[in-house]
Design a binder for this molecule. Structure first.
Ligand code: ADP
Length: 699
């Protein structure tokens, strides 16, 4: 039998089983539905109605109590609920209340809002049915929408609580303050930043979630609805401001500029700033509603050699050693010319970051580097979010035209040279004529089809890539004849929590954490390159491992707070207690930790030869574990470029007017990217791409 036939046969069987189940469950429901007449209970006979705020407006529950005091009928009306979520949950909730004869029921998963509203309204109705009184809360006066005042709602976001405080007059939302300090900087934090203004503009909580930040957006909506409900708002009276482009008329526009840059990640923003500073007009296209791409997620730092920071700190390092380390880390298949340019220009790139107010003075060791070379922000914050914030500020100061939610779809070629870009905004189709185009669209880590096309073995692997990282630049470049290099070289990061795709930064191991398998034993030198550690994990029971650390390590590393507040860590006061939580044999784990702490004291790891990340042992309770496995992290391959970032065709000829920088390109990292080189790549080559494009415009 072919695969296709097998699949279709399985699909039919599954369908039949489901159909039978639906019929059986349906029959059961009918049978039960008929059996509530005459139910005995302690309520007062009669019909009781109460309301509560659901997702889109009030939900009304009417309970009918029969002569014998039992609930005989429940009617739920909630016209504004999302039909396929909340709406679909209502019959189930009706059944649950009838069978429990109470409002104390479990909600329907996936329809939390509606479930809570139904439970609240049913509780009120049953309070009335018990002879009690219901406090309907404040009611706005006359045709007011709100009882004026300041109200606060709280809800759980991606990294902890999100708090929304609204100040209301009778008829208007006067102010919205959203606090979500734990949300991921430059991802969830954008939702925290942007949605408040949108709520104010719409005068309603019924607006769209921010793409790529749905968890944070929904937490904000929940907290906001809660605050508005406290003010007596009837949410159904507030305007529906969800944006729908469906049926909207599309228009066409032609724009003109010197340089179009596609993608506002680290490489694109660096290029845009440099090209603008060189006096060129620039349009920066970004398909998401915010900048940053994968750059936002870079947690470590930026590799650079012979920098003034290294010199000031007495660190000896050379450009040549940087090149050799990068080649070795990349299994020697990197393009040595590109690597040399990156290393030679890295110190100047650090100076340039100084000049835009983004210094990286903290220099330390990182996996694969001979010398202390990775440069990070002073306060220990993640380098990516830090740089993205600085790049955004500089773009603003320079007044660069960043077109958000505008996706480049095609490169325009005329007479054998690049002449511009076609792009799609929400309702406008753009033709942007330009003298030069810089591709900075990032990699393809979030395009499963492309991953499978080049690496079928990685099907189903989780990714740490941002939602916009779908290989568009690679596809567009190929369409105009660009050659690809090392496209099958995809890096797995060894420490990715699988439920959230959250990357556990290398610094956790760098600061002293160990990895153990389900048997409670170490299995690798945790600080070998990412490919080696990932491969070792895949050989363990279940293809996963636990990263183990202690309170001392947590105290010294800010990043860990997010892991804890997201709920992906487990912790215990003893190693044995921790072992029990992760189902590992307690005696074995205790022995592993005792051995490890001795190796740290002796600065010698006889088991796996680890030599770094051994400054502190793991002996301060509480102890922590996070279950991790490899995740797709970086696509090392991409379009072929030369050292001036010109995109090359299969014959090695430059495609006139087309440049590329960052993860969209291949060759810099070879078969394995070492930590700290992604940021070096985007800043160095983003800058060179701008210089080359400017020179091309001036030729
Ligand atoms: P790099 O690290 O190379 O700078 P990033 O992943 O940081 O790459 O950023 C790439 C950016 O490009 C992301 O913000 C992504 O949303 C954007 N992008 C990807 N494809 C397109 C496209 N077709 N049009 C506009 N922007 C795009």
């Amino acid at each position: 039998m072919t695969h296709a036939k097998t699949r279709s046969w399985i699909q039919r069987c599954v369908f039949l089983v489901l159909a039978c189940a639906v019929v059986l469950v349906g029959a059961k429901l009918v049978e039960k539905a008929q059996s509530y007449a005459g139910t005995e209970g302690s309520y007062l006979p009669g019909t009781y109605t109460a309301q509560a705020n659901g997702f889109g407006g009030p939900v009304e529950v009417t309970v009918t109590v029969g002569d014998k005091g039992g609930i005989e009928n429940v009617d739920i009306q909630g016209g504004s609920e999302t039909p396929d979520v909340g709406g679909a949950a209502m019959p189930l909730l009706t059944k649950k209340i009838l069978s429990a004869q109470s409002a104390d029921i479990d909600g329907v998963s996936g329809a939390t809002f509606t479930s809570n509203a139904v439970k609240e309204a049913a509780t009120k109705a049953l309070t009335l049915a018990s002879g009690g009184a219901v406090d309907e809360g404040p009611r706005p006066e006359g045709d007011d929408l709100f009882v004026p005042g300041t109200y606060t709602g709280v809800s759980k976001g991606f990294g902890g609580d999100v708090t929304v405080t609204v100040t209301l007059s009778g008829k208007a939302i006067e102010d919205v303050k959203i606090e979500g300090g734990h949300e991921t900087e430059n991802i969830g934090s954008f939702a925290v930043e942007m949605l408040g203004a949108e709520v104010m503009a719409a005068q309603s909580p019924k607006i769209d979630a921010l793409t790529g930040a749905t968890v944070t957006s929904n937490a904000i909506f929940r907290a906001l609805n809660d605050a508005l409900t406290q003010a007596g708002a009837d949410l159904s009276r507030l305007p529906d401001a969800h944006r729908s482009d469906e049926g909207a008329e599309r228009t066409s526009e032609t724009l003109e500029t010197d340089i179009v840059i596609i993608g506002a990640g680290g490489a694109g923003m660096t290029a845009a700033i440099n090209a603008t500073q060189a006096g060129k007009s620039v349009i920066l296209l970004e398909k998401m509603p915010y900048v940053g791409g994968n750059t936002t997620k870079a947690t470590g730092g930026m590799n650079a050699a012979e920098t003034h920071y290294q010199k000031e700190q007495g660190i000896e390092d050379t450009v040549e050693q940087f090149v050799e380390d990068t080649m070795k880390g990349g299994h020697d298949i990197n393009n040595r010319d590109l690597v040399t340019v990156m290393a030679e220009n890295s110190a100047a790139a650090i100076d340039w970051l100084d000049s835009i107010g983004a210094p990286l003075p903290k220099v330390s060791f990182s996996g694969g580097a001979t010398n202390k070379r990775i440069h990070a922000p002073e306060d220990g914050s993640g380098v990516g979010a830090y740089l993205v914030t600085a790049f955004r500020r500089t773009l603003d100061e320079l007044g660069v035209n960043v077109m958000y939610e505008t996706t480049a779809t095609e490169l325009i070629m005329e007479n054998g040279a690049i002449a511009g870009v076609k792009a799609q905004g929400r309702t406008v189709d753009y033709t942007i004529r330009a003298k030069a185009v810089i591709l900075a669209t990032g990699g393809f880590g979030n395009n499963e089809d492309m991953i499978v096309q080049y690496r079928p073995d990685l099907k189903g692997t989780v990714t740490t890539s941002a939602p916009g990282i779908t290989g568009d630049g690679i596809v567009m470049a190929q369409a105009v004849g660009a050659d690809l290099v090392d496209i099958e070289q995809i890096q797995l990061h060894p420490t990715v929590e699988q439920g959230t795709s959250m990357l556990i930064t290398e610094s956790v191991r760098g600061d002293g954490a160990i990895l153990v398998n389900q048997e409670g034993k170490r299995f690798v030198n945790e600080l070998l390159t990412r490919d080696v550690v990932s491969a070792a994990e895949l050989e363990q029971t279940g293809s996963y491992a636990y990263i183990i650390f202690d309170q001392h390590l947590r105290d010294g590393l800010k990043a860990i707070e997010k892991y804890v507040s997201t709920g992906i860590t487990v912790q215990a006061d003893t190693i044995e207690g921790l072992a029990e939580l992760i189902d590992v044999d307690p005696a074995t784990l205790a022995q592993t930790l005792a051995d490890w702490n001795r190796y740290v004291a002796e600065k010698n790891d006889p088991d796996f030869g680890r030599e770094s990340g051994m400054d502190a042992d793991l002996s301060q309770a509480p102890y922590y574990a996070i279950k991790i496995a490899p995740g797709i992290h970086h696509t090392m391959g991409g379009v072929r470029i030369d050292t001036a970032t010109q995109v090359l065709d299969a014959e090695g000829n430059a495609i006139p007017g087309l440049f590329a920088a960052g993860e969209v390109t291949g060759g810099v990292h070879g078969g394995n990217r070492i930590g700290g080189n992604a940021v070096a790549d985007i800043v160095v080559f983003g800058k060179i791409a701008a210089e080359s494009a400017v020179a091309w415009c001036d030729r």
